[in-house]
Design a protein around this ligand. Sequence first.
Ligand code: ATP
Length: 515
Amino acid sequence: MAKTEEKATLKDIASHAKEYGFIYPSSEIYDGLGATYDYGPNGSLLKNNIKEYWWKAMVQLHDNIVGIDAAIFMHPTTWKASGHVDAFNDPLIDNKDSKKRYRADVLIEEQVAKIEGKIKKEVEKAAKRFGESFDKDQFVTTNPRVVGYYEKIKSIEDRMKAAIENGALDDLKQLIVDLDIADPVSGSKNWTDVRQFNLMFSTELGSLAEGANTIYLRPETAQGIFVNYPNVQKTSRMKPPFGIAQIGKAFRNEIIARQFIFRMREFEQMEMQFFIKPGEEMKWYETWKEKRIKWHKALGLGEEKYRFHDHLNLAHYANAACDIEFDFPMGFKELEGIHSRTDFDLSSHEKHSGKKLQYFDQQENTSYVPYVVETSIGLDRMFLAVMASSLKNEKLEDGSERTVMSIPAPLAPSKAAILPLINKDGLPELAEKICGELKLEFNVQYDAKDAIGRRYRRQDAVGTPFCITVDHQSLEDQSVTLRERDSMAQERVSISSLGPEISDKVSLKSLLKAL
Ligand code: ATP
């Protein structure tokens, strides 16, 4: 059936996610808590499936990668050694009239985005004017107005970069003043000075009376891997190159937490640290870039939705770094980071702990602190990427509409729905029997309420790849109708072949094979 599609906005995704049990605002009965979300019945299934795909691709498919599950609380010195106590800061500025707080660099970046918007408008105008003969590259490099805009952007970015690198908060404030930036809410330009604000959440271990220690909720899972490097290396008898993988919660007191689950204060990371011999890092950096993009593309969300973005401005610990960006509803943004972290973390933990964190290479009779290449992906951002590219409103040829989530079948919350055509004549009993068989293999739903068309739509809306309808003919010849979500094609299949028919398409095996 021919159909046209409409892409979902972030707002559409958030409201669909709530209506269909994927994501709810946290503690909603108390009006919610900023930038924290709870995953509902369908959401937790989808999230678990994404985790499983990542975990199996990392740990199960690689003989030299093992997994751990470290505690969220860690010794406070960990965060001194990692640099988070001293350098995990955002530059903040308050508006004295609106009392609203902003990240200074974000205010400036929004100003840059406005200028980029002007360039886009000029290009669109010129494209209309020149028609087919329009040469965009020539236009943007020669049109005086556009060239002027680009120069302005470059000068803003250079000033901002220098101010951040030098920790010159006064210069950052001056840039905001020079650019005449107004509070987006009140329009006021009455700003405070810029201050640094640490993003770690802190709490106390033990009661205050016992002389409690300040500890932090981990802002990344990576450090749990670094401090366990010697234990894991010895107990699993690994030698470089080898990796340690972990999935777990991380916490950041983000000031501007927004864009739904893109930026949260409590989120989940899937990180893998790959320990290697110094000097081999560029080879492994390239290898992991390739492996990770393959993992993403195997899902079939659309190859054009991914791009690499190399970091020009490297963090203090990195000698190469890039992001895999995804085309989210608000544009291309970071989904995953791949970083060559040198021996920064292990060396620093050596210094702070006084323990040796080296590998003794017997063949070469030398010891070294391993270098590390890390892959770090936000599970919630991955969830958003899957939802954003799956949720569609389709206009069908017959004039009707449907909302469908074309979630890759191996990630879908439920793999099949079993629907007795009517709720009598022995059909529910047969449907329940089929359901009981299939649920031994994968997650299925039983639904006997409402007309069959409505039930199909309900399953489309939560991304169930297959619907199995049991009718009177089923009682006679042990066959059912199998309906596929995306094509809506229906075929008659025997009950005994249902398992094999569906299994192949919904199992992770099909994805893992492609890696
Ligand atoms: P950003 O620049 O967007 O703040 P980051 O560069 O600080 O991200 P990393 O420290 O590299 O992020 O963390 C690795 C991954 O963790 C990111 O690629 C992202 O997917 C995820 N992540 C980081 N911060 C958040 C957050 N506040 N909410 C959800 N996911 C996050």
